[in-house]
Design a protein. Structure first.
Length: 329
């Protein structure tokens, strides 16, 4: 007999979206400051290992779940894609790429996520019943990208006297693809039913992948903790506590209870948050172009979030794979 879990309240979902909008809007700045004096892959690897260990200890203390070997494997795949491929490459790229430009490049992620989700169901011959992007979804995605171009576009030409590092830009595009693939894989894999357990497994395994990348990249060569600045260390602590424990865990939960198109709207709101933080904290100018761009972005987010469209992905999920096995206690 099937047991349906209670659906989360609208207020809880709205709070979750607000969290990833605000928190992840500040993490690009945090990463940029952290990698000023910290090696990128080492910084990210230790960040996720610490956050994952703390979260895993907490869920085990609460006896919420005991993950199986298969669940460890699935979350190791997701953690490798999302944290090594996604977060690690962003940290590496932001050594040379300004955080605002990095945010704009990362904003193509929602396009990959929506299309990958549709392709997964198309392979399972359930695209018509599941997550085929609607016209409204594509309109919202287009508006979001246009708004981001208005918001950050003028800064691209004048951000620096030298051209952007092509390899770092390519790394950001690969990060988009890797994060989107990991998110879609996480949605359909046999990860633990408890989102916090899944978050812990992904951070632990992803942190392990990042440490291997740090060794390959040479992050340990000549590294001295005494050379780390106070602001880089503070930014790193913020990324652990807020960006990882709160932000990533909320993201995992939203991917379970919402749709990829809606969750991916964080990529449109994050640049607005970054600009507002600069205005509030650093007294940066907010001109008419920023206001117009913000309005276009919010319109795109509203279209994606509020349009009812087709049946939810969960309807077709049971046709793609057997039901998720319950976590052992």
């Amino acid at each position: 007999m099937k047991h349906a879990s209670a659906a989360p309240s609208r207020s809880a979902v709205a709070l979750g979206f607000a969290a990833i909008y605000v928190i992840w809007g500040s993490t690009y700045l945090g990463i940029r400051i952290a990698v000023e004096t910290l090696p990128p892959f080492l910084m990210a690897g230790v960040r996720f290992l610490i956050a994952g260990a703390l979260l895993f200890a907490w869920v085990r203390w609460k006896h919420r779940a005991r993950p199986t070997a298969r669940q460890w494997r699935d979350n190791a795949i997701a953690g490798g894609l999302m944290l090594l491929g996604g977060n690690g490459l962003v940290a590496w790229a932001e050594q040379e790429i300004p955080s605002g430009i990095a945010t704009l490049i990362i904003s193509i992620g929602p396009v990959f996520m929506v299309l990958f989700d549709w392709l997964v169901l198309a392979v399972g011959r359930d695209a018509e019943r599941g997550a085929r992007p609607t016209g409204a979804t594509f309109l919202g995605l287009a508006l979001g990208f246009i708004g981001l171009a208005l918001l950050v576009g003028p800064d691209i030409a004048g951000a620096s006297a030298t051209p952007l590092d092509a390899w770092r830009v390519a790394g950001l595009v690969v990060a988009c693809v890797a994060w989107s693939l990991g998110s879609i894989f996480m949605r359909y894999a046999r990860s633990p039913a408890e989102p916090l357990t899944g978050s812990a497994l992904q951070m632990l395994t992803g942190g392990g992948w990042l440490m291997l990348a740090a060794a390959w990249h040479g992050d340990f060569n000549g590294f001295e903790f005494a050379a780390v600045s106070g602001r880089s260390f503070a930014a790193w602590l913020y990324l652990i506590g807020v960006g990882s424990l709160v932000g990533f865990t909320t993201y995992v939960w939203l991917m379970k209870v919402s749709t990829p198109a809606r969750v991916s709207t964080y990529a449109y709101v994050n640049p607005i948050v970054a600009v507002l933080l600069g205005w509030l904290i650093l007294n940066e100018t907010v001109g008419p172009r920023m206001i117009v761009a913000s309005a276009v972005i919010v319109a795109g987010v509203a279209i994606i979030t509020l349009q009812r469209g087709r049946p939810k992905v969960a309807t077709a999920l049971s046709q793609v794979q057997p039901p998720m096995e319950p976590a052992k206690r």
